[in-house]
Structures are given as C-alpha cells and as structure tokens.
Design a protein around this ligand. Structure first.
Ligand SMILES: [Zn+2]
Ligand SMILES: [Zn+2]
Length: 380
C-alpha cells in the first residue's frame, strides 16, 4: 500500500511491518499483543490513530490528489467510515462542513452573490404601506408576529426569532413557516439581520429564501401606524377585496400542518405531496377547517388500525390514510352525515396565525373551525 505519512511512533517499522500491523489490527488481533510485538509506545485505544490513513479510489475535486480515509477502531461499525473521506494535500473534506481553502473560497463567492441579490432586492423600498397594499396572509402574519414577539408599540429593528419558542407558536410548523417568512422578506416586510449566518438565507431559483433559523426584524416600512391601520381595517370590517379570496389558503395551511402532525405521530412516512394536497383541497370545498381536522384525525386512526389488523407496512398505512380521508368525506357528502368539528388537541396547539385569522379577522372564535371557509360569513 502507498503510505502517505507515517506517525513518528511507527517510524521504526518498515513499510512491510506497518502493512502487517494494519492487517493484524483489523483481523481483530489483541491490541496489547500487537503493541508489544511491534514495540509501539502507546495505549491500546490510541493505536488505530497512529496507523497511516487508507488510500481511497477517489480523487480530490480541488487539487486532484488521491483522497484518504481515516482509520477507525477495530471494533467500530463500517457505515460511517466513508464519511471521513479527506484530501491529505489540501485537507478538503468530502462530507460535512469543510473549511479547506477551496471550500472557504467557494462559500465566500456564494455568500457574496446572496448578499448582492439580497441588497438589490432591499433597495426597492416603498414607504407608507397601508393595509390595502397587503395580502390577507401578510396582514395576518404581521399581526401574529407582533402578538407573538412584540409589544403594542413597534420598536425600530424589533427582532423576530421564529425559532425561539413562544407559548403560542407563530405559524403552523412544516415548510409553510419557511415559505411564509421568505414571502414576507420578498415583500420587504421583514429584513434579515444576521446575513452572516450561512443557514439564514440562501438563493433558491434566484429568489432569496429565508430559513427558520434566521434572525429577522420588521422592515423599516412596518410601523405602529401600519399595524393600527390593519387592525382598524379588520375591526371596521373594511376589507380590501382580494382578502376574501385569500382566506382559503390559510385554512389549507392549517389542515396540512395537522395532517403531517397526525401522520408523523404514527411514524407514517410521507406520501406524494400532490396527492395529499389534492385530497385536502377537495375536503375544504365542503367542510369547515374544524371538520377537516376531524376527518384527518379519524383517517389517521383508521390507518393505524389498518396497519395492525392487516399487518401492513407503515408506507402502506400512509397511503391508506390519504384514501380513507377521501372516502370518509365522500360518504359524509353522499349520506349527509353531520361531521362534528374537532377541537385542537394540546399536542398540536393552534398557531398565532390561526387565532388571529379565526378569532380576530373572521370573528368566528371556536366556531370558525366549524364552518366551511368557502361559505364562512365574511364581514361585509
Ligand atoms: Zn485536495
Ligand atoms: Zn473543502
């Protein structure tokens, strides 16, 4: 084998002896015997660290040198072993976070292009935003953010940390929150205050994407005035027209979160996103959010029973859950069943978005969950 570097404590051995040592070590020969036989000055658990790394068949993408694998203890499992692949020459590491000069440079370039995209996106500012300039989602989100993290008076640069645990979660968990935060940043209602955190922002199809771990603050255009303006538009039932159509998107997010929660609780793997979305949209046409939650909850229970009784796999049960929700809804429609609305359980509490939407905007309180969103009595 090609020995790339020899530890000083093995320097007295010939390369042939080193090869024998490696072979015997991984043949699980007793380490204390090996140490004695090869006259090595180390403790038994240190021996593998002295062995020269194993030369792999892969080449470094940076400097083209052959990459190597670190030695592992003779008793260790082999699965994680490949993850240690690195380049002896430039220290590039194939897996995990690499800090070699090559990757640092590539990272810097990426951060630079993100910053350029972010700044050009921030330069377009509009002053004096009014409630009518916002979508319902934006208005509800801003109110929820202020209620979750802020005070009555909006301070400049008020920091919002969605990842910080608040008694009432800001938005439904799931990718909806990241998407929502990205949309709010895209609309320049939020700004990112820690652009140095590489996980906070990324570029996705040339759009700035914000992650849950980002530190955000309200943009300078969001002032107490705007929040008051949104609140009066709502309390005086003076809704901008597009809001009426946008109500259903928020109801959908609510159901989607609950679906994922119920499936996740039973360790069902995820199924095709499109199928679940189509089923939930179909349900929401005729059932209230609360009724949809009831159907989802029962669907999950049926699927769990199905798994036990039919000794099905979790992935079969996951597909069964989508189907059984749809069949349940179809039957309820055909036979005019009274579907009791569901109250959120404590394990999956309502989000602040949900409180603001149902209790404040729609003024339907608990009942809001009981009327189909499509025919909910919208304030006129
Ligand atoms: Zn290299
Ligand atoms: Zn690297």
């Amino acid at each position: 084998m090609q020995n790339t570097s020899i530890h000083p404590k093995l320097a007295h051995l010939s390369s042939e002896q080193v090869n024998t040592l490696i072979k015997d070590y991984y043949a699980k020969k007793k380490v204390t015997d090996l140490i004695q036989r090869f006259n090595i000055d180390c403790l038994p658990f240190q021996l593998y660290k002295l062995l020269p790394p194993e030369v792999s068949s892969e080449f470094c993408p940076n400097c083209d040198a052959v990459m190597v694998l670190p030695r592992i203890p003779q008793s260790a499992h082999q699965n994680k072993y490949k993850q240690g692949l690195y380049c002896l020459q430039c220290k590039h590491q194939e897996y995990g976070i690499c800090t070699c000069a090559y990757c640092r440079e590539a990272n810097k370039k990426q951060q630079k292009s993100i910053k350029i995209a972010y700044h050009s996106h921030c330069q377009i500012t509009h002053n004096h935003i009014k409630a009518t300039d916002l979508t319902l989602e934006q208005a509800v989100s801003l109110l929820s953010l202020v209620r979750c993290y802020g005070t009555a008076k909006i301070k400049k640069d008020m920091i919002i940390q969605p990842s910080k645990i608040s008694t009432i979660p800001f938005a439904p968990k799931s990718s909806y929150t990241d998407d929502l935060l990205s949309r709010l940043s895209e609309a320049r209602l939020l700004k990112i205050t820690d652009q140095s955190n590489p996980k906070a922002i990324s570029l996705l199809n040339n759009k700035v994407a914000v992650s849950f771990s980002a530190q955000l603050s309200l943009s300078d255009t969001v002032l107490s005035e705007l929040i008051r303006n949104i609140e009066t538009s709502i309390t005086e039932t003076n809704w901008p027209t597009p809001w009426y159509e946008q109500v259903s998107e928020l109801a959908f997010a609510e159901c989607r979160e609950f679906y994922d929660f119920c499936a996740g609780e039973r360790m069902f793997p995820s199924v095709d996103e499109k199928i679940v979305t189509a089923m939930l949209r179909n349900l929401l046409e005729d059932f209230s959010t609360g009724q949809c939650l009831r159907i989802i909850y029962s669907g999950a229970q049926y699927a769990a029973d199905f798994m036990v009784k039919k000794t099905a796999t979790p992935s079969q049960a996951a597909s069964y859950m989508v189907g059984v929700c749809q069949r349940w809804a179809d039957k309820a429609r055909a036979e005019n069943w009274v579907v009791t609305a569901f109250r959120r359980n404590f394990n999956c509490p309502r989000s602040m978005l949900s409180y603001v939407l149902y209790d404040f905007v729609l003024k339907t309180d608990e009942e809001g969950l009981q009327i189909p969103i499509a025919i909910v009595q919208l304030p006129i």
